[in-house]
Write a protein that binds this ligand. Structure first.
Ligand code: MEV
Length: 435
């Protein structure tokens, strides 16, 4: 039976007492069926779409997507509640195997909600393709020749993707870089391509390959690599949010959060973990929407090093009222029209749940989660530490493994917490004794 039909909320109660936009009282306490039902009603999912959420993709589709398929590995898909992004309430799907990540984002989002939620801005949808030219005897003159032929290079590239061009995209400009390596001065041409609602790797790589013979002719060199760069520094998303100091636990905790940011910004060892926390949020949404998690991760970490030192992707400070203000700035090469974003049925449902109509809107949602996830990690680290929350979820998983079901799960978890004993053997004993 589809979960869609199973639970009937009374519409007025749902709206007035239980649910206000993306804020749902005790969302985490609902059953999976109740949550699905609620989201389905809120965003208008069809029965088929609801079924896709539990069934995932077919093996045939998996076989068509990659090679040597023998099965699939499932990752839990949750939704973060309490998000308001650019003034609009939204449920944000997150796919992750890590406990606490979705709960943490939802909790911190609550602290920003009444202060306006998260605001985002994007720099556009421009990607760069790189063409590496070797064995040039006159690199400076070759660079000049490439610039002289700029219009023709652009024209040739754009011939390869008339659809993108008809949508206002395509190659807009070029840059020519001279890169001094151990052996020689390489000429590296950047195609500056507006990929619109596509992530753009296919379009950019096709253009780079196509135009290369022409580049060889004008430079007298030998083209080898022709590939997009994941350092998408012309496709940056920015997020900003004010988080209530009171809801985060008070003055001391928010001051600790600010110094946690200062620590990360000054020390790459801490920055790596700090940014890992940001990526817990970002990657979960990127994955849920069928986008390329590795491309986004590579871009984020390269961008974090853009000053020559690996630093925090976020900033945290206190405003006049003593509330915590965070910003995030990160490249976000995601699309909504190509590859798995289009073919993976769950990705399509995830995009529908968010209601995004453009790649830039999706980038904004992802950044909102990245910033909020970071707020949640830093809050826990600055207060009780992260283990309390983790151990609760760990105990829950162990209780389920031990055979606990329904209400019994919470009872087992409570007992394990009281005893501060999270060994599987003990949880099995508790489960059996409470059964
Ligand atoms: C764990 O997945 C993420 C954190 O380590 C992030 C951080 O330290 O800021 C909690």
């Amino acid at each position: 039976m589809s979960p869609f039909n199973k639970v009937e909320f009374k519409e007025t109660k749902l709206r007035e007492d239980f649910m206000k936009g993306s804020r749902v009282k005790g969302f985490y306490q609902l059953s999976v069926e109740e949550r699905v039902n609620l989201i389905a009603k809120d965003v208008g999912l069809t029965h088929d779409e609801v079924n896709i959420l539990s069934n995932g993709m077919s093996l045939d589709l998996a076989d068509a997507m990659v090679e040597n398929v023998i099965g699939q590995i499932s990752i839990p898909l949750g939704v973060a509640a309490n998000f308001k992004v650019n003034g609009k309430d939204v449920f944000i799907p997150m796919a992750t195997e890590e406990p606490s990540v979705i709960a943490a984002a939802s909790n911190a989002a609550r602290a920003a909600y009444d202060l306006g939620g998260i605001y985002t801005a994007t720099s556009g949808t421009i990607m760069r393709g790189q063409i590496q030219v070797l064995d040039i005897c006159d690199p400076y003159a070759a660079r000049a020749r490439v610039y002289e032929n700029k219009e023709e290079i652009i024209e040739q590239c754009n011939l390869k993707d008339p659809t993108l061009v008809s949508l206002g995209g395509g190659v807009k400009d070029i840059e020519v870089h001279l890169i001094n390596t151990v052996k020689e001065t390489m000429l590296v041409i950047h195609l500056i391509v507006d990929t619109k609602d596509a992530m753009g790797a296919n379009a950019v790589n096709t253009m780079a390959e196509y135009v290369s013979p022409f580049i060889e002719k004008m430079t007298g060199g030998r083209v080898v690599l022709r590939i997009i760069t994941n350092l998408a520094d012309k496709r940056v998303v920015r997020a900003r949010g004010v988080f209530s100091s009171e809801m985060l636990g008070g003055e001391e905790i928010v001051k600790n959060i600010v110094s946690a940011f200062e620590f990360a910004d000054a020390d790459p060892y801490r920055a790596a973990t700090h940014n890992k926390g940001v990526m817990n949020g970002i990657t979960s949404v990127v994955l849920a929407t069928g986008n390329d998690t590795r491309a986004v991760e590579a871009g984020a970490h390269a961008y974090a090093s853009r000053t020559g030192r690996y630093r925090s992707l976020t900033t945290w400070e206190l405003n006049k009222e003593g509330n915590l203000v965070g910003t995030l700035e990160v490249p976000m090469a995601v699309g909504i029209i190509g590859g798995a974003t289009k073919t993976h049925p769950v990705a399509q449902v995830a995009l529908k749940i968010m209601g995004v109509k453009t790649a830039e809107e999706l980038a904004g949602m992802i950044a909102a989660v990245g910033l909020t996830e970071n707020a949640a990690s830093l809050r826990a680290l600055s207060a009780e530490g992260i283990q309390t929350g983790h151990m609760r979820l760990h105990a829950k998983n162990l209780a389920i493994m031990a055979g606990a079901k329904g209400d019994l799960i919470e009872k087992v978890v409570q007992k394990a917490i009281e005893e501060k004993d999270f060994r599987y053997d003990r949880i099995l004993e508790i489960t059996n004794s409470l059964k």
